[in-house]
Design a protein around this ligand. Structure first.
Ligand code: FE2
Length: 185
């Protein structure tokens, strides 16, 4: 597929977000555009977007809109690296540029001291595939790559509405609120 680029993707997503409307629909439209970008011939990201860290998974800023309404990051996982277990307070889109990304899903059972995280499914996203989520989707998951696999690079677009999100302790199920997005560190 030809004729699409990172700059055009950013411009199209800027138009989408500026138009306002339903976040679930915006996420779906941004996902279709991201699929087009990922399946475009040629280089999409620059070398500085592909930096990795031996200690933890990396998120490299690609673009933040001037109105701070959405952000685009390149996510890089070395083998054995994972995100924290988290949910989403906002809408977003992810697509795989290189490798196969594993998504381990969880369900929170019980509440307070009785809360317990239970594994609840697994998805593997391959190169060129995309997925989106809305602000009200009940997703708790972690994303990463087992030791024996190849590194993964993903492109992630997230809305910025300032809703914050939760991260979860895998042993106790206790959740901790984090203001801002997953990549505000
Ligand atoms: Fe996530």
């Amino acid at each position: 597929m030809e004729g699409y680029s990172l700059d055009r993707y950013i411009a199209d997503c800027s138009d989408l977000v500026r138009a306002g409307g339903d976040h679930q629909e915006a996420a779906a439209d941004a996902a279709m555009l991201l699929w087009r970008l990922l399946n475009t011939e040629g280089t999409i990201l620059r070398p500085e977007h592909l930096r990795s860290d031996p200690k933890h998974f990396s998120h490299n800023e690609v673009y933040i809109s001037s109105e701070r309404s959405f952000a685009l990051h390149a996510l890089v996982w070395a083998p054995g690296q994972w995100t924290e277990i988290h949910n989403h307070g906002d809408w977003g889109v992810s697509g795989i540029l290189f490798g196969a990304l594993e998504e381990q899903r969880y369900r929170l059972e019980g509440d307070g001291d009785e809360a317990k995280l239970v594994k609840h499914g697994l998805n593997i996203m391959s190169e060129g595939s995309v997925a989106c989520f809305g602000p009200d989707d009940d997703i708790i998951h972690r994303l990463g790559v087992p030791e024996e696999r190849e590194p993964v690079v993903a492109i992630s677009l997230t809305g910025i509405r300032g809703q914050g999100h939760y991260v979860y302790d895998p042993a106790t199920g206790h959740k901790q609120f984090r203001p801002g997005s997953l990549f505000d560190t």
